[in-house]
Design a protein. Structure first.
Length: 204
């Protein structure tokens, strides 16, 4: 649980990074995100090693299944950390290239970030075994569908915006990398929730 809270904090820092213009502040925050990512990797190994040791003991089939689910959960939470870092790196590339997003690009990234924040908050509720857990499980599934659809719309819009010379091809690539990484992050959240709740997302 502490592990998932850390990755949530990491995502909050990534959201802040999008709007930091001062070079020194930007580098400081980027380094913090990098540090969190490396801590996230270490935590994954520590928890996984511990769980593997426990599973070597004499356990019931049910307990072994539980440990398998926990291992999957830990792997997927680590992927969320990776996903956060990938978004931060794309923001870093934008800054390094001295280009800036258009107002509508910023608005679309913000919209994706807002949906992901909701998704991560719901995931946390599921991990905390909230009394209304079923509601939060289905909320995560619904948000993932919404994020997928939005990503598809933005993909087409991006191609026409580049054609219409709204912004450069390079900026379009960085922008779509962020949108694509947001979509992947939503998938990892679904995987955590599925591993934790034994419920599968029904693909339409």
């Amino acid at each position: 649980n502490l592990y998932s809270i850390r990755t949530q904090k990491m995502f909050t820092m990534v959201k802040d990074l999008l709007h930091v213009n001062n070079d020194s502040d930007f580098n400081k925050l980027f380094s913090r995100i990098e540090k969190y990512e490396s801590i996230s990797n270490s935590m994954e190994l520590e928890i996984a090693n511990y769980l593997n040791k426990v599973s070597e003991g004499r356990l019931s089939a049910e307990s072994k299944n539980e440990i398998r689910s926990m291992l999957r959960e830990v792997t997927e939470i680590e992927s969320i950390g990776d996903g956060c870092f990938n978004i931060a790196r794309a923001i870093y590339r934008r800054k390094a290239a001295s280009v800036d997003f258009t107002e509508s690009q910023y608005a679309n990234i913000e919209e994706m970030f807002a949906l992901l924040t909701e998704s991560l908050d719901s995931m946390q509720k599921v991990l905390e075994k909230h009394e209304n857990q079923k509601h939060y499980v289905s909320k995560v599934f619904n948000l993932e569908n919404e994020i997928n659809n939005r990503r598809d719309q933005l993909k087409y819009k991006n191609l026409s915006d580049i054609d219409n010379k709204e912004y450069s091809y390079e900026l379009g690539v960085i922008y779509m990398d962020i949108i694509g990484d947001c979509e992947k992050l939503a998938d990892y959240v679904v995987n955590v929730v599925e591993a934790n709740s034994d419920q599968k997302e029904k693909k339409v």
